[in-house]
Design a protein around this ligand. Structure first.
Ligand SMILES: [Zn+2]
Length: 134
């Protein structure tokens, strides 16, 4: 398990704990990367997927107010979307409920960085599982 080296020890620990509690949620743990998503990671490379992740956070989550909040993250087509549902970073309500990030203002740079790190770590773990299956 690799976690973004830019994060400090407390943040890394927090991400591990969060992923652990998310894995205990029946709904959150029901999301997994599909084969075509694993293929997409192989084709585009993890750095490009991370760039997409940043774009999705900036476009779909970071602003305030978000008119379509709760509906902005599809359930298919991109590994980041699936990771967002699995990590409860799919909308501002889930971010509030699971990560205690207020939904009545824009996200801070620190929050965006945390969300990205959580999503990417989930993808790395799932990707490793997928590789073993195939
Ligand atoms: Zn949500």
């Amino acid at each position: 398990m690799r976690i973004d080296m830019e994060l400090n020890q407390t943040q890394k620990l927090y991400i591990r704990k969060k992923l652990d509690s998310l894995s205990k949620s029946k709904f959150r743990s029901s999301f997994h990367l599909r084969k075509y998503m694993i293929n997409m990671i192989d084709e585009k490379g993890i750095n490009t997927i991370e760039k997409h992740c940043e774009d999705f956070i900036n476009k779909n989550l970071s602003g305030y107010p978000i008119p379509n909040d709760g509906k902005q993250t599809p359930m298919k087509n991109h590994p980041v979307f699936i990771a967002q549902h699995a990590t409860a970073t799919c909308c501002r309500n889930c971010l509030k409920k699971w990560h205690h990030i207020p939904n009545n203002r824009c996200l801070t740079e620190k929050e965006k960085k945390f969300i990205k790190a959580l999503i990417m770590e989930w993808i790395r773990i799932e990707y490793q599982k997928g590789e073993k299956i195939c």
